[in-house]
Design a protein around this ligand. Structure first.
Ligand code: SAM
Length: 292
């Protein structure tokens, strides 16, 4: 009954038994490799007193491993056809629950209250994410300020590279800054396509985001900070001056931007992709003080 589902033969057997055709539109690429599962689970630092939230359990390959370690597991799955299979896979683990729904629409703070509050000391998200909505899921988890310890997720390698990128690299952009404002990212491992069924047509990576207790920079209005960051990357090949002028200044006031940038030690001809988070924070305060 508790046989691990993440092997090629067992996964095939389950899909056949339930006559299940996997849906590409739901990002259904299931893991069939125990080694990768163990790498994901060990990066999440689970154990007694720890909870795990899984997004998209599929037929329960990762859920089983989470249930072996965590005190409580909550898995959110959109595809109703998978619920009876999950009930079978998770039968030996009564501390693992499945909720049917779209993670982007569910009230996650409420689910946290029901499933984790007063029952565990810390919760981590651990998931092999559906790739068509990787960024919206991560941003929802971060912006709702859920009390999370870690987010350990399998995602497209290209997205993992952007999340972990440092200033000056080609991958650095508004996603890097949004993620690094809330978390410390660390690439855990790169994953070959062969560990999934069916195989996805992109390379994958496991990334760990350690959720920070406070942002690394002092920002009064985070919404305005992210607006400044986004405006600075609207046209990557344009200078910071040109991108900011287009968003916050008029023909008449544009000349003042140069002085504003020089006043905070940022050369106007630099590109957004060279600015550190600290420099973006300084820029945000200066634009606010100017009246933007
Ligand atoms: N965890 C399983 C594994 O590793 O084998 C399955 C991972 S598969 C990449 C992604 C899973 O997310 C699928 O089971 C899919 O049905 C589910 N899913 C897709 N969109 C979802 C959404 N909006 N909300 C919740 N689950 C979703």
């Amino acid at each position: 009954l508790s046989e691990d589902v993440a092997t090629p033969s067992r996964t095939k057997e389950i899909l056949k038994k339930h006559d299940l055709v996997l849906k590409k539109s739901l990002g259904q690429n299931f893991l069939i490799d125990q080694n990768i599962l163990h790498k994901i689970v060990s990066a999440a630092d689970l154990g007694p007193g720890k909870g795990a939230l899984e997004i998209g359990p599929g037929i329960g390959a990762l859920t089983q491993q989470l249930a072996k370690l965590a005190e409580r597991v909550l898995a959110v799955e959109i595809d109703q056809r998978l619920l009876p299979i999950l009930a079978e896979t998770l039968e030996p683990y009564p501390h693992a629950s499945v909720v049917h729904g779209d993670v982007l629409k569910l009230d996650l703070p409420e689910l946290f209250r029901q499933h984790f509050e007063g029952k565990v000391d810390a919760v981590s998200v651990v998931a092999n994410l559906p790739y068509y909505i990787t960024t919206p899921i991560i941003m929802k988890l971060l912006e709702e300020k859920l009390p999370l310890e870690n987010i350990v997720v399998m995602i497209q390698k290209e997205v993992a590279d952007r999340m972990a990128a440092a200033p000056g690299s080609k991958d650095y952009g508004s996603l890097s800054i949004a993620v690094q404002f809330y978390c410390e990212p660390e690439l855990v491992t790169i994953v070959p396509r062969t560990v999934f069924v069916p195989q996805p047509n992109v390379d994958s990576a496991v990334i760990r985001l350690r959720v920070r207790t406070a942002p690394p920079v002092d920002v009064e209005d985070p919404d305005f900070f992210f607006e400044v960051v986004q405006s600075s990357f609207v046209q990557r090949r344009k200078t910071l001056y040109n991108n900011l002028a287009a968003r916050f200044f008029t023909k008449e006031t544009k000349a003042e931007l140069e002085g504003l940038l020089l006043g905070i030690n940022i050369v106007p001809s630099r590109r957004g992709e060279t600015l550190s988070m600290e420099e973006f924070a300084r820029l945000t305060s200066a634009l606010r003080a100017y009246g933007c």
